[in-house]
Design a protein around this ligand. Structure first.
Ligand SMILES: [Zn+2]
Length: 143
């Protein structure tokens, strides 16, 4: 098997922040790195799951909703992938700075009823907000 591009990056050199990959088939993947890889600090599974629901909802209700292909968690629990079309780095950075505060204002995790989710008890709204606040602080250091 060939080693896929995601595994060719040296994760020990990968820093927190927002990283953009070259577009493939018209889709651009953004690496939203919340945590420094292999540094002992990971997003808990419940917070990771809640952030997925909250940010997918915020992004799909945003001004760029037509250009959002997918938002989902990394299995290593150090961040998320956002797949987009027609959006450049600056637009995505601005979009995240706009939509994270929307998620921070949510009083409940969207789509977290039994009939809406595959593991509806595995959520942590407060933990998700804490991680999102920290990530927004990281994004605010990027121009
Ligand atoms: Zn779910």
């Amino acid at each position: 098997m060939e080693k896929i591009p995601s595994f060719q990056k040296n994760h020990d050199k990968l820093q927190t922040g927002l990283h953009m990959s070259a577009p493939a088939n018209g889709v651009t993947t953004f690496d939203l790195r919340f945590k420094k890889p292999n540094a002992g600090d990971y997003i808990t599974p419940d917070a990771l799951h809640s952030i997925e629901h909250m940010m997918a909802t915020a992004l799909r209700n945003s001004s760029e909703k037509e250009n959002i292909v997918y938002f989902g968690p990394m299995g290593c629990r150090t961040g998320f992938y956002l797949l987009t079309v027609n959006l450049d780095y600056g637009t995505v950075l601005a979009l995240l700075k706009e939509t994270i505060p929307v998620a921070l204002c949510m009083d409940e995790v969207p789509g977290a009823k039994r009939e809406e989710c595959g593991n509806y008890l595995a959520h942590d709204l407060a933990g998700a907000k804490e991680e999102l606040k920290q990530y927004l602080t990281i994004l605010n250091t990027i121009d």
